[in-house]
Design a protein. Structure first.
Ligand code: DAH
Length: 342
């Protein structure tokens, strides 16, 4: 094989050589450029080349040498750059944050109320949102045409041929529970309720309530007060106080409205409690004997208390939300603020 052929063979070998890491780069250098490499060997073969061809042969070997060295430096530089790039990745940096959702403030408060009552033995019960007259009104001692029905503006809907109502309160669930179980009964009923109201910051056509019911032998008003005091302290802190004001509900007798000492000024007086030191949180009373009888419970043997509160109202006090519309507008700027609360 003449020297020209050898140069061509070596050239194609050089071009095919794979260099994709530092080890391969070094093998390349040793094999072709190094002091015992293929190019050196070619040069040493020059002495066997006839004199008149020596110059041309020397030139082609030289130009291959140059090419090979250039290829080597180019590959070396590329590998170093890739390596530096890798080096510039800082693996100790925090990762990309993964967006996770937040619980809705109404869900947060509902869960908290449920867990407070579960700790003292209450179960959770639910009923339908489309209710008949009996469960929403009649069984709760609202006689037909009684003006107390106007206390709550009702949405009426047709279901089949029957006129139904969107429940105006979760008190309808206490009727269902009493009809379907025997005392002792200790239950709370969270749920959505509807009222035919113009929507504003202070009123909405739907909102959420939690109803409470306790029926047993010898249940007294003192039990009611103590239960509500426990609830207020669990929800608003050990310093919370309650006061009861006489009120009227058709389904309880006597009835009361309950205030909690202002959570903002601790009772000293501020603009949230309108300088009274107190905030209204719920209605309650001893279950009227007419209601017990209507639900098939002997009012001679059993007594009980009931209470009902608005979840939005409690959330408003806990989170200082002063516009009811925010709860149902799905504005992420509002909802995101409750992320850390859970
Ligand atoms: N149902 C009443 C309302 O929606 C709240 C209420 C008051 C519930 C007194 C009760 C109660 O169980 O005893 O305004």
């Amino acid at each position: 094989m003449d020297i020209k052929q050898k140069v061509e063979n070596l050239q194609s070998e050089i071009e095919k050589f794979e260099i994709s890491n530092k080890e391969q780069l070094e093998s390349f250098r040793i094999k072709f450029i190094g002091s015992k490499g293929a190019l050196k060997e070619l040069f040493s073969e020059l002495k066997n080349v006839p004199n008149e061809l020596k110059k041309t042969a020397g030139n082609i070997i030289n130009s291959l040498k140059q090419q090979t060295e250039e290829l080597y430096s180019a590959k070396k530089e590329a590998l170093e750059m890739a390596y530096e790039k890798k080096e510039s990745l800082d693996f100790s940096r925090p990762g990309e944050p993964v967006e996770i959702g937040a619980n809705h403030p109404i869900s947060l408060v509902r869960s908290e109320i449920i867990s407070i009552f579960e700790r003292i033995g209450y179960t959770v019960s639910e009923g339908p949102e489309i209710e008949d007259d009996w469960h929403n009104f009649s069984a709760l001692n609202f006689p037909p045409e009684h003006p107390a029905r106007d206390m709550q503006d009702t949405f009426f809907v047709e279901q089949g041929r029957q006129e139904m109502a969107l429940r105006t309160h979760t008190s309808s669930v206490q009727v269902r529970v009493m009809e379907n179980s025997t005392p002792p009964i200790r239950t709370i009923s969270p749920g959505r309720v509807y009222r035919n109201e113009a929507i504003s910051a202070r009123a909405h056509c739907f909102f959420h309530q939690v109803e409470g019911l306790y029926i047993d032998k010898d249940v007294s008003f003192a039990d009611l007060k103590q239960t509500l005091l426990y609830f207020a302290k669990e929800l608003f802190g050990e310093k919370a106080q309650i006061r009861l004001r006489p009120s009227y509900f058709p389904f309880t007798e006597p009835s009361a409205e309950v205030d909690v000492s202002c959570t903002i000024c601790s009772g000293k007086g501020c603009n949230v409690c309108k300088y009274t030191g107190w905030l209204e949180i719920l209605g309650c009373g001893m279950v009227d004997p007419n209601v017990l009888e209507a639900c098939g419970i002997d009012s001679e043997e059993f007594t009980g208390f009931a209470f009902g509160m608005g979840i939005e109202r409690i959330a408003q006090l806990k989170y200082r939300v002063n516009d009811l519309r925010l709860y149902s507008e799905n504005d992420l700027r509002f909802l995101k603020q409750f992320k850390s609360a859970h």
